[in-house]
Design a protein around this ligand. Structure first.
Ligand code: ATP
Length: 771
């Protein structure tokens, strides 16, 4: 509300822009609607200025729509409340010299005429127009030292034609524009001097208004009716003039042919009504959107409302609606237009000392007439006074003539002449009398048109009534302020709610971010741990690699040492050239020696002499001649074919334990029979006897063996030899050939089983010695 322009109410010559005041009034559900079982879809909240409309048919759409206005009135609202709260301040402004406009807008049958005119003869149901008359005349009667001139006109726009409702047979009317605003030339205006005068004019006009029957309204207005009141006010003391103009408009209702059942003439009327209303809607939209072009010229109605919408006027729009679900769409359209109209800004300016003020003209004319009449009246009065003093007619006339002649400074010539003169002057006197009477009537007429304020105050209202009225206005003002405060409060609540929502969402965001943060921190810790682990692993790997590298370097050095010391230079060269590193398999490879049939390679390689040996070193030749065991290598040309020398030995030769012959025999026996044997040292005799038995048995068995040729023995003997404690000896760590257990001269198997035994002797010639 604060952001919007000032609402109308208080009059001020320096008035800033003002928004059109929009009021919604919802009528009660009609008997017809009730009997048809139509539901109520409109909810009005007068203390908040809110109207809600619910769509019962479309389930998927947003169910309830809410609109906020300057004021909202439900079915219970009384005519007087609406007037006091909404219209009274505007009429006060008009009485202060502003232009005002009140128009009722809405679908047919929603109560526009009821609101504007009310019910005739019912004091409580009087509408805005008659109440306005009362307010105006109450004001005039109260205002002292002021002269008022009140004129009213009444016209209708029927089928896009202007009609004078006070002079139905008048010629064609047009809307014109001039500096002070739009006007209708030749429109008949009736001067009013009281409420009754105005009421009479209204009733005369209403009689001439076009009304017809439709399915929606028994007395449907088929035209837009505009009741114009012009009040000119003159301050007698300062002689300043103000003019207030008030337009009270009862628009025809928008209607649907399907609902009104209009046909023929009614249908034509309806199309014109709808056309004018749609152009009014366009004007409202254009003004609401601050469009550079406002289509006022689209219809007579919008042209006449030009000052009221976006011009020099204080305006109230009363949007009339019905509560029935049957008219949901029309009601929604009205509410939307009303909502848009709220944003229209007007520029009301007080009409002070206007050029076209009739009151000034009248005052001047009265003055002129007064000036004319005054001397004549004086003369006639004088003569009549003198005539009254003379009893006889002739004498009187003679005397009068004499007096007149005296006054005119003319000298009497003769009696006859005198008589003629007297007759003439009598005629002139009579003429003058008539003229004066005429002027006096005119003056009286003019004076009667001007109403002097502050005359009939006590006749009209008692002191208590005035007090009551004041209180009513005060209450209305307070209610208005209450609505404004309520709306401001709601606005603030909304803002608070929004802020709260934002705060809640921010809190939620913070909470969410906190959770995310803690998650991220946990992740960070885990990653840090992982990183540390990785670092540790990496360092470990690095160390291992370093160690491996050191080993490899060592090995390389060793091998290079070997190569340097043991491989002839040319061979070394050849090896170097032949050796290629295979990237894929990551190993060194020797390029294959070209085969005999490989001609391409043969051409490249130098051909050796078939009979001749390859040249070798002198030392090699010398060594080859000796028979020393380590000179063998020089006897063969190709050193590559030699096995590599094994590293020096770090273990000792296995020496089998000394076993007595008898034990050996026992073991052999056991091997053959597969029996377990027990050897107990403490019982030497029994062992001995048993051994003897075994030896005998062995002898027998050898004999038997000899007889059984090729018989395979699969020994599976576990000998428990209690010599060095109880120990099981498993045979040969695998399957051994017979007799392997007793082959004590052989070296025990090692990890290098596949390798050939290294040469026991080292080439001392190169400086290598046994460790
Ligand atoms: N607030 C109200 N309280 C009681 N009755 C109402 C109210 N408003 C309207 N009505 C009744 O509704 C009927 C239609 O009202 P009215 O003729 O004023 O409608 P309208 O909008 O002027 O229609 P149209 O546009 O066709 O002229 C009338 O009988 C009137 O008495």
């Amino acid at each position: 509300m604060s952001a919007r322009s000032r609402r109308p109410g208080t009059a001020n010559s320096q008035t800033p822009n003002e928004c059109v005041q929009v009021v919604v009034r919802c009528r009660p559900i009609s008997n017809k609607e009730q009997s048809e079982g139509s539901e109520e879809v409109v909810a009005v909240y007068p203390n908040r200025g809110v109207v809600e409309i619910t769509n019962l048919t479309e389930a998927n759409k947003e169910q309830t729509k809410m609109f906020t206005y300057d004021a909202a009135y439900d079915a219970c609202a009384t005519q007087i409340n609406l007037y006091n709260e909404v219209v009274f301040p505007l009429v006060s402004s008009v009485l202060d010299g502003f232009n005002g406009c009140i128009f009722a807008y809405g679908q047919t049958g929603t109560g526009k005429t009821f609101t504007m005119e009310g019910v005739r003869g019912n004091e409580d149901l009087k509408g805005i127009i008659p109440r306005t008359f009362e307010q105006i005349w109450l004001h005039i009667n109260r205002t002292e030292n002021f002269q008022f001139l009140v004129d009213v006109s009444y016209l209708e726009i029927y089928m896009e034609e202007l009609r004078d409702l006070l002079k139905p047979n008048s010629k064609h009317l047009e809307v014109r524009e001039r500096g002070s605003g739009v006007y209708v030339p030749n429109l008949h205006a009736i001067n009013c001097k009281s409420v009754d005068d105005m009421l009479n004019v209204m009733h005369i006009g209403n009689k001439n208004r076009t009304v017809g029957f439709t399915n929606m309204n028994e007395h449907s207005s088929r035209s837009h009716a505009i009741f114009m009141i012009r009040i000119e006010m003159c301050d007698i003391e300062t002689n300043t003039i103000k003019v207030g103009k008030l337009n009270l408009i009862d628009l025809a209702g928008s209607e649907r042919q399907s609902k009104t059942g209009a046909s023929a003439e009614r249908l034509k009327e309806a199309s014109k009504i709808n056309l004018a209303l749609s152009s009014l809607g366009n004007v409202i939209s254009a003004l609401a959107e601050n469009s550079p072009h406002v289509p006022y010229r689209d219809s007579k109605l919008t042209r006449l409302l030009q000052d009221s919408l976006g011009g020099n006027s204080k305006t109230i729009m009363i949007a009339n609606i019905g509560p029935s679900a049957y008219n949901y769409n029309e009601t929604l359209t009205t509410l939307r237009y009303a909502s848009r109209a709220k944003t229209i800004q007007n520029k009301p300016v007080k009409n002070e000392d206007p050029q076209d003020a009739k009151l000034k003209e009248y005052q001047e004319e009265i003055e002129r007439l007064k000036r004319l009449i005054a001397p004549k009246q004086q003369r006639t009065e004088k003569i009549s006074k003198k005539r009254q003093r003379k009893p006889k007619k002739e004498k009187v006339s003679n005397e009068v003539v004499q007096l007149e002649l005296e006054e005119s400074d003319e000298e009497p010539e003769s009696d006859k002449e005198n008589e003629a003169e007297v007759a003439k002057s009598n005629e002139e006197l009579e003429r003058e009398r008539v003229e004066t009477a005429k002027l006096a009537t005119k003056l009286a007429e003019l004076e009667s048109q001007l109403v002097r304020g502050g005359k009939n105050l006590l006749d009209t209202y008692s002191e208590r009534q005035l007090e009551l009225e004041k209180k009513l206005v005060e209450i209305a003002e307070r209610k208005k302020r209450e609505i404004e405060i309520q709306q401001q409060l709601e606005l603030q609540e909304e803002t608070t709610l929004e802020i709260r929502e934002t705060v809640t969402s921010l809190e939620q965001e913070v909470e969410l971010k906190k959770r995310k943060l803690s998650k991220c921190y946990a992740k960070y810790l885990a990653l840090q741990q992982e990183l540390n682990d990785c670092k540790y692993d990496h360092n470990q790997d690095l160390r291992e690699l370093e160690m491996a590298q050191n080993e490899l370097v060592k090995e390389l050095k060793r091998q290079l040492l070997i190569i340097d010391n043991f491989v002839p230079v040319e061979v070394k060269q050849r090896l170097y050239t032949q050796a290629k590193y295979d990237e894929e398999q990551e190993e060194w490879k020797f390029s294959t020696i070209p085969m005999v049939g490989d001609q391409s390679s043969l051409t490249k390689r130098p051909v050796s002499h078939p009979q001749r040996r390859r040249p070798i070193s002198e030392y090699a030749l010398m060594e080859a001649k000796t028979n020393a065991p380590d000179a063998l290598r020089f006897k063969n040309e190709n050193i590559v074919s030699y096995e590599l020398e094994m590293p020096c030995r770090t273990t000792q030769e296995y020496r089998s334990p000394k076993v007595s012959a008898s034990l050996q025999a026992v073991l052999a026996q056991a091997m053959q029979t597969g029996d377990d044997i027990d050897i107990v040292d403490s019982h030497t005799n029994s062992i001995r006897s048993r051994l003897e038995n075994i030896i005998n048995a062995s002898a027998n068995a050898s004999a038997a063996l000899a007889s059984v040729n090729n018989s395979t023995i699969t020994p599976n003997v576990v000998a428990s030899v209690p010599v060095a404690g109880a120990r099981n000896i498993k045979q040969g760590r695998g399957i051994a050939s017979p007799g392997s257990a007793i082959d004590s001269n052989r070296r025990p198997p090692t990890g290098r089983m596949g390798l050939k035994k290294p040469a026991s002797a080292y080439p001392k010639a190169r400086g290598l010695v046994n460790k």
